[in-house]
Write a protein that binds this ligand. Structure first.
Ligand SMILES: [Zn+2]
Length: 335
């Protein structure tokens, strides 16, 4: 991970946040890539060598009834700025990845509570606006695809990618291909393993107890003390704070149970863990490995691997999808 090299990931300047690191996606056609999140959009041009140019983070326009159109307007502005800054890079396709429930095959943003759309034909809207083929996908599946092609999961055909941050998002790679079930698969954060309430309306969801957001929130609820994130709770647990230790224990047990079930049902060779909580390092990976081994018997225990592409996996996956869409458009035209 970039952090281990002690180099900052982000530089803030007048134009927003410029991201310092991005792995190369390798040689191929130049593409324009977007990774749209609930709060910010990452955008970049990828040149013929596969290097990101002008990679930066800017706010996502607010949700609402016309949010799909507003989003496409904003993407067009960002594209115009990138093209002006890098006139030597002429993109031949666009990558667009978005959060929520996503039907990649039909190009639909099926549902996003943050961004307020239902069945928005985002791929077609973008293709029309840019006049280019568009590779379209879910943000976390895209991140996991990048980890599969370029990062922590690249030696595995069967892997689960878990992004543990504010919530817990997941993506499955089965026999070398993303398993999506029309956009509904991979909701590991909302797999029920207990009885506590979850804001989604269901009970016992994993992310309501084991996400970095939940760990920090539960500590503040228990002590009345605001805290600087889950890693601070883990540090306090290690220093002998029994409230922190109990909350961290609950999170570890819940994650162990969830990964044990995944292991029994789809038998991933690796579970690749990214997001804020993955920076807890040994406190997380060592504990989970030990508990998983103790919990299971004949099962094939997956390798627990840190995600390698840091916060840029989503946009790298977006760029990979853009390049794939060029191939798809060419073979479609020839058929
Ligand atoms: Zn839930």
């Amino acid at each position: 991970m970039a952090e281990h090299r002690g180099i900052p990931d982000v530089v803030t300047d007048a134009s927003g946040e410029r991201l310092v690191h991005a792995a190369t996606i390798g040689a191929g056609v130049p593409v324009l890539a977007f990774d749209v999140g609930g709060t910010d959009i990452k955008s970049a041009l990828f040149d013929a060598d596969g290097n990101a140019r002008g990679l930066r983070r800017t706010p996502t326009p607010p949700g609402g009834a016309d949010s799909p159109t507003r989003l496409i307007d904003r993407l067009q502005e960002l594209a115009g700025e990138l093209r002006a800054q890098h006139p030597d890079v002429v993109p031949e396709a666009v990558g667009l990845v978005v959060p929520g429930i996503v039907d990649a095959e039909n190009g639909l943003g099926v549902f996003s509570s943050n961004l307020g759309w239902r069945d928005a034909p985002l791929r077609d809207l973008a293709a029309e606006r840019f006049g280019l083929p568009v590779g379209f996908d879910h943000d976390v599946r895209s991140a996991s695809w990048a980890e599969h092609v370029l990062g922590g999961a690249r030696s595995y055909e069967n892997a689960v990618v878990l992004i543990i941050g504010t919530g817990i998002a997941g993506a499955l790679l089965v026999d070398g291909r993303p398993y999506t079930a029309g956009g509904y698969a991979g909701e590991i954060g909302h797999s029920p393993i207990g009885e506590w309430p979850c804001p989604c309306g269901a009970r016992g969801c994993l992310e309501a107890i084991a996400s970095a957001g939940a760990i920090a929130r539960r500590y503040t609820e228990a002590t009345g003390e605001p805290i600087d994130g889950a890693r601070e709770v883990i540090a306090r647990a290690a220093a002998g704070d029994t409230t922190a230790a109990g909350i961290w224990e609950d999170a570890l047990e819940a994650l162990t149970l969830s990964i044990a079930q995944l292991t029994a049902v789809i038998a991933p060779e690796a579970v690749v863990i990214g997001g804020g909580l993955s920076r807890a390092g040994g406190a997380l990976f060592g504990e989970l490995r030990e508990r998983l081994t103790a919990r299971l018997s004949f099962h094939r225990i997956p390798a627990l691997v840190p995600a390698e592409l840091s916060g840029n996996a989503g946009i790298l996956g977006s760029a990979l999808h853009a390049r794939e869409s060029v191939g798809a458009a060419a073979s479609g035209a020839g058929a």
